[in-house]
Design a protein around this ligand. Structure first.
Ligand SMILES: Cc1cc2nc3c(=O)[nH]c(=O)nc-3n(C[C@H](O)[C@H](O)[C@H](O)COP(=O)(O)OP(=O)(O)OC[C@H]3O[C@@H](n4cnc5c(N)ncnc54)[C@H](O)[C@@H]3O)c2cc1C
Length: 452
């Protein structure tokens, strides 16, 4: 006997939870199947616990610069095990709190691994659920690397759990996770190397911003090698050895831990998509502009499982809400990713919204590019920043901000002001005309935009 629901959601992360708001407000019956912890990656194994480690990195950064303020401090000593305990303690109640909130919304949460049993049916253990709408919100997983010895690599899950600080770490891949954890490890005293296959770290980010961040990463002792081809990983001398080719020369490095930092892919390979008549292209669910399966319009996709959008938690929630509204009102809503602010939480951070300069030029747009090295500005000197850099891209014809990029200078906060301006059509001139509280980093925004 199958049970009947209006909506069955696979995955209880940001995306799945995002769906529940609109569909429950419309009175639809909802089941949510979650294999692990409610909340998914972001609060349990991603953004939230990671930021707790990053915050410790910030404290170490402040201590490093204390002498500028004529404060004498000894060499700081970070108790890594206690920091991991603090992180775990801060997040431990999240799944239970979310279970309460789902119960309050009258979403039936089912524990287990879900897979398709038919175009409108889901199997979980020995239950079959029939639904008018099925939502794939199963998130992502680390990209498997076809390297001999890849099984020796750890992922962010272990980095957030191991209570011993490794003496040395090599990151294979120079993406967001490698840079963020690399900065924390390096500031905590570990020896850190990043090996990146492409010519640039963080390839989707503005090249000049990345160059600033790479310089700062090297300043704190991180070794960065780009254009690297990793050949194999093997145990050696009680540690792990990575063999790679760089500049045409085969080399090897040893470390206590090797991390898979090669990004994440949609987690859909165990869903039996064929049984659900859900078409795929190279292992990704094919979706239309409304985030529906192109072959089965009852099936919707949101969050990291979407093949085309940035894998970020606010975007997962946003897409979940769009899917929920499309279920209630029909396929009306499409995601718009143009003004989504993001940050790489290094210490200091690289934050960005909108187009990179390269992308704007490739589109043939006529732009003003305002680049500022702000290290000499009063605000940067007051806080003894080690890097303070911005680039704001404005379309000449419309005076609209097309992109903003920061390294340091409270960029992770300021980027949201630019995101707001982009989303609601506030022009560069209007931003300049705003009266900002002084002295704040935000009060520098008008100078970042140059003079009209
Ligand atoms: C280390 C790390 C740090 C990050 N930091 C940031 C950050 O600072 N800022 C940011 O915006 N984003 C960050 N992210 C990304 C962010 O966590 C994701 O974008 C977000 O969690 C995606 O939400 P989601 O709901 O799509 O997927 P998830 O949160 O992954 O939820 C999917 C859920 O589906 C469940 N599931 C999977 N398969 C099945 C199945 N077959 N049956 C039942 N349940 C299933 C999983 O158990 C999981 O709980 C980070 C990610 C990582 C790994």
């Amino acid at each position: 006997m199958s049970e009947k629901f209006d909506v069955v959601i696979l995955g209880g992360g940001n995306a799945g939870i995002g769906v529940t708001g609109p569909v429950r407000r419309a009175g639809l019956s909802v089941a949510m199947i979650e294999a692990r912890d409610l909340g998914g990656t972001c609060p349990n194994r991603g953004c939230t616990p990671k930021k707790i480690l990053v915050a410790a990195g910030h404290a170490l950064h402040e201590i490093e610069r204390a002498s500028v303020h004529h404060i004498a401090v000894g060499k700081p000593k970070l108790d890594w095990a206690a920091l991991i305990d603090r992180e775990k303690d801060m997040i431990k109640d999240i799944p239970a709190n979310l279970a309460r909130s789902m119960a309050k919304r009258r979403v039936e949460v089912i524990k287990g691994h879900a897979a398709f049993a038919g175009p409108n049916a889901i199997r979980v253990d020995n239950r079959t659920l029939e639904a008018k709408h099925i939502v794939i919100a199963t998130g992502s997983k680390p990209r498997p690397l076809p390297i001999p010895g890849a099984e020796h690599m750890i992922t962010s899950d272990e980095m957030l759990s191991e209570r011993e600080l490794p003496g040395s770490v090599i990151f294979v891949g120079g993406g967001v996770i490698s840079l963020e954890f690399g900065h924390v490890y390096a500031r905590a005293g570990a020896d850190v190397t990043i090996l990146e296959a492409l010519p640039q770290l963080l390839p989707a980010m503005d090249a000049d911003a990345v160059a600033q961040l790479q310089a700062e990463s090297e300043r704190i002792g991180i070794r960065v090698n780009t254009n690297v081809s990793v050949k194999k990983i093997e145990p050696a001398n009680g540690r792990l050895r990575v063999t790679f080719v760089h500049d045409g020369r085969e080399q090897a490095l040893e470390a206590d831990r090797i991390v898979n930092g090669a990004g994440r892919i949609a987690n859909v390979d165990t869903l039996d998509l064929e049984a659900g008549n859900v078409a795929q292209t190279s292992g990704r669910v094919a979706v239309d502009a409304h985030l529906r399966s192109t072959s089965n319009p009852l099936v919707h996709v949101c969050g990291d499982a979407v093949p085309i959008s940035p894998q970020l938690s606010p975007i997962a929630t946003y897409e979940g809400d769009i899917v929920g509204r499309n279920i209630v009102e029909g396929p009306k809503y499409r995601p718009d990713y143009e003004s989504m602010a993001t940050s790489v939480y290094t210490v200091p951070e690289l934050a960005a919204v909108g187009l990179t300069e390269g992308a704007a030029r490739q589109k043939g747009l006529t732009i003003d590019v305002h680049v500022n090295d702000m290290l000499g500005w009063f605000s940067a000197r007051t806080y003894a920043e080690t890097v303070a850099w911005s680039k704001v891209i404005v379309e000449k014809a419309t005076d609209r901000v097309l992109g903003a990029h920061f390294v340091g200078h409270a960029g992770q906060e300021l980027v949201n002001i630019f995101g707001l301006a982009m989303r609601f059509g506030i022009t560069a001139t209007q931003i300049r005309e705003n009266v900002f509280a002084y002295p704040t980093f935000a009060s520098d925004i008008k100078h970042m935009l140059g003079h009209a």
